[in-house]
Write a protein that binds this ligand. Structure first.
Ligand SMILES: *Cc1c(COP(=O)(O)O)cnc(C)c1O
Length: 221
């Protein structure tokens, strides 16, 4: 029998200590999250702001909540008082909204810019040149309540290991290049249940793993 605790232990034993494991608990009940929590897990990821806010209200306050989904600007206010890291920022106007809401709570919210690395057109994300434009923009300096601490990417939904490796490597190379000019960049979030081992091999230091911990989700999220 495998359970959440065993799955977590297996994954943690197979990834380097420097890699942060984000346990993606979207659609899963609080009981499942608490099982992972009692096994020592503190970082959880959700892709819907209101679902994450409800779970934050109900669960232990030392959980670090990561927003990994696409952001609707009008909902940023529901998480601004507690969110630990926002992975999926893909426009300057979203950064401005996060800044505005963070300011109300006197916080600095850490953000990752989402890069488009997949070949599919369905995935959100910025081109590498758009990322560079945002990071070097004058306007960014005025946003004192956000900090861009890294990049996030989602690879194509494919079994093709060579293609996945190439997409992860392209983001890692760009991240390293950008870091030479912007030393605040520390986090490279890439890799999910099916590809986190490969993502780590290609330079990821934060993986977002859901179904390999909690089991398959009952509905598409
Ligand atoms: C759902 C989700 C994950 C986790 O997916 P699994 O395949 O269940 O590990 C990771 N990242 C994002 C952005 C997601 O939406």
């Amino acid at each position: 029998m495998f359970g959440i605790k065993e799955n977590l232990a297996t994954i943690l034993s197979s990834i380097p200590k420097e890699v942060t494991l984000v346990a993606v608990s979207k659609t899963k009940p609080n009981a499942d999250i608490l099982e992972a929590y009692h096994a020592g897990q503190r970082v959880f990821g959700e892709n819907k702001i209101q679902e994450m806010a409800a779970k934050h209200d109900e669960l232990p306050k030392d959980i670090q909540w990561h927003m990994i989904g696409h952001l609707q600007k009008n909902k940023v206010k529901y998480m601004a008082h507690f969110v630990d890291l926002i992975h999926g920022v893909d426009s300057f106007s979203t950064l401005k909204e996060i800044n505005k809401q963070a300011k109300k709570h006197n916080r600095v919210i850490n953000c990752l810019l989402q890069a488009k690395i997949a070949k599919e057109d369905t995935k959100f994300g910025l081109s590498f040149s758009d990322i560079e434009t945002i990071i070097t923009s004058e306007g960014l300096k005025e946003l004192e309540n956000i900090q861009i601490v890294g990049l996030m990417g989602m690879a194509t939904f494919t079994e093709d290991q060579e293609q996945l490796a190439e997409e992860f490597s392209s983001l890692k190379n760009f991240f390293e290049l950008l870091k030479t000019q912007h030393s605040q960049l520390k986090t490279l979030s890439m890799g999910m249940s099916g590809d986190y081992q490969l993502a780590i091999k290609k330079g990821s230091n934060m993986v977002r793993v859901g179904s390999a911990i909690f089991g398959a989700r009952n509905y598409i999220a």
